[in-house]
Design a protein around this ligand. Sequence first.
Ligand SMILES: *Cc1c(COP(=O)(O)O)cnc(C)c1O
Length: 306
Amino acid sequence: MIQSTDLPDTGKAYVQTLHDPLFAKKQIGVDVLRLDKIHTIVSGNKWFKLKLYLQDASKQQKKGIITFGGAYSNHLIATAYICSCTGLVAIGIIRGEEPAVYSPTLLDVQSYGMKLQFVSRQQYHDESFIAQLKQSYPDFLLVDEGGRGEAGIKGAEEILHLTAFHHYTHVICAVGTGTMMAGIINSSLPRQQVIGIPVLKLVDGGSKKVSDYINENSSSKNFELHYDFHFGGYAKKSNELIDFMNQFYNQHAIPTDFVYTGKLFYAATKLIKNGFFKPGAKILLIHSGGLQGNRSLPEELLHFSY
Ligand SMILES: *Cc1c(COP(=O)(O)O)cnc(C)c1O
């Protein structure tokens, strides 16, 4: 078992009801599950997705974990921090050339003791490179980017159980790999619809890949993906998105990140506005954390700190 006093505390997650004249007029209830509150450093959903990998590493008596991510990755920061708490060695394979100036995220993961290896984008996605890594580090557990995979999905099945989730007709979450969403679907009731908002622009069969992955890994087909809220692609943004995030914070005192949850809350508001939900719907939105990613933005853009 993993033991440390400074790991995330899922007991700190809570449900916040959103009060908004639009929702009232449409007779729709909207609650937010604040997974961003479980820890100051480890981003909301990443803890759930990592948990069982850590148990696997400990069961298999591995020395540490090798995993993958970009320069602002929530997954890398969560992995690096948790490994430092639990005595595991962390190796981060970073997508792209080594930058002259490290991002705040890279500086943080390094300060938590993660060893960094920068690889070209081509190599990053190359299967023979991954095979070679496995061979070079037999004492390490290899965890896919973002905690993608079976253990990640199993871990995410815990999320809905933090709430009285049978109250809800719909659950909406942001989608990167789809790992969290698959876990949420698996723990939802057959009458509940789970709606995913992909934050990437999924071209060249990408949308099929994500929906296939979710389909193959979830027990219910009662889910839907809405592909129109990526704002140009992964970590892309517009003034409209930033304005929305500021206004959302002013109204509800909920900070969001521009990569995942900003797009999620924007999408949910739009869908409600457009009459997507019938009166009487009760919606649970998953605030999956990730606020540290806002450190890649110019400081003055957001009117809240994170
Ligand atoms: C990683 C991440 C997601 C996406 O999770 P997937 O399981 O990869 O779909 C959503 N929200 C936040 C804040 C994240 O950091």
